[in-house]
Design a binder for this molecule. Structure first.
Ligand SMILES: [Cu+2]
Length: 132
């Protein structure tokens, strides 16, 4: 049996293009799936962690919406003004952190799109938590 050249071209085309489309479709689906965040989950609670020393590191955090949170602030010989944290939407009002150690604050689940910002006592250092 003789296969026409055009038929052969169609077969090759289909053999290459079809898997490519399937692969691209799968990739876009899998990339769209889980929400990317900078946080970790411990015992079902989202931990939003940053370091306070000469500012806040990181100072932009993506967190998951609709889950109970804990804001965890780590200090390491922090004697500058970032040791006083002001984050009113999280109920933290000019809170003086211990100079070294871990301080945790409970934070209720937040809706997607909410941004909680914070600053040091002088307002020079900034941190932003975005819920997605
Ligand atoms: Cu400051």
């Amino acid at each position: 049996m003789k296969i026409k050249k055009t038929t052969l071209k169609k077969i090759i085309f289909a053999a290459i293009i079809t898997p490519t489309i399937v692969l691209l479709g799968y990739l876009s689906f899998s990339l769209a799936q889980p929400v990317q965040s900078d946080t970790k989950i411990e015992n079902g609670i989202q931990i939003i962690e940053f370091i306070a020393k000469n500012g806040y590191t990181p100072n932009q955090i993506i967190a998951k919406a609709n889950i109970q949170n804990k804001i965890r602030v780590i200090t390491k010989n922090t004697y500058d003004c970032s040791g006083v944290l002001h984050m009113p939407l999280a109920g933290i009002n000019n809170y003086t952190l211990k100079p070294s150690g871990v301080t945790e604050f409970d934070l209720a689940p937040q809706k997607a799109g909410v941004k909680i910002t914070g600053s040091c006592s002088s307002g020079a250092n900034y941190i932003e938590i975005t819920f997605v």
